[in-house]
Ligand binder design. Structure first.
Ligand SMILES: Cc1cc2nc3c(=O)[nH]c(=O)nc-3n(C[C@H](O)[C@H](O)[C@H](O)COP(=O)(O)O)c2cc1C
Length: 169
């Protein structure tokens, strides 16, 4: 059996970040560019992001939605809030699509030697209020991006067996 690409095989989500690492503007731009090129239903691209680099005003505003929920993320070099736009008519694939765009971002991060941990445990309503995100937009995910804290290792990553992916065959 061939190995999957190292970009996927070696990706893992740290639970603690290196508070001294600084992400560059170019890296942030590449992460957004990767998200931009994700496929989406009818090419609607129903995703938008708030990106805050540590010590910026935007990071401080994102921080208010994270503190007390996912404090481990506060040392990350950047915090990203992802929102999706509910199409309102027809099948709604926006939620599916925003996940793909963040997946693209996380693989691009791996290619840049960075790590991402996505997290749903944040104050969704608070984040929406802070940034004026209103219907049909809805915040759905955050991502902490940076380098693992010294000593951090993958926490015994495991997956269901491959044949569980094709139960109806
Ligand atoms: C949609 C989504 C929500 C998640 N929410 C959280 C969370 O609230 N807190 C957390 O610590 N990790 C969260 N994670 C990270 C997952 O727990 C992690 O990706 C999973 O355990 C697999 O580990 P790996 O990414 O290292 O392979 C989330 C991941 C995704 C994709």
């Amino acid at each position: 059996m061939a190995d999957i690409t190292p970009l996927l095989a070696d990706r893992w989500s740290p639970h603690a970040f290196d508070a001294t690492h600084v992400i560059s503007d170019e890296q942030v731009e590449l992460l957004l560019e990767a998200a931009r090129w994700a496929p989406s239903a009818m090419n609607r691209q129903p995703w938008s992001f708030v990106v805050g680099v540590r010590d910026s005003d935007t990071f401080a505003r994102l921080r208010t939605a994270v503190s007390g929920y996912s404090d481990w993320a506060l040392d990350a070099s950047a915090l990203v809030l992802g929102a999706y736009e509910n199409a309102g008519t027809g099948p709604d694939y926006a939620l599916y699509d925003v996940g793909q765009s963040v997946a693209h971002m996380s693989v691009q991060a791996e290619a840049l030697g960075l790590h991402v941990r996505q997290f749903a445990t944040f104050d969704h309503a608070g984040a929406a209020r802070e940034f004026g995100i209103a219907a049909p937009w809805r915040p759905i995910i955050m991502a902490a991006i940076g380098l693992p804290a010294p000593g951090q290792k993958p926490e015994g990553r495991s997956r269901k067996p491959l044949d569980h992916l094709t139960p109806w065959q």
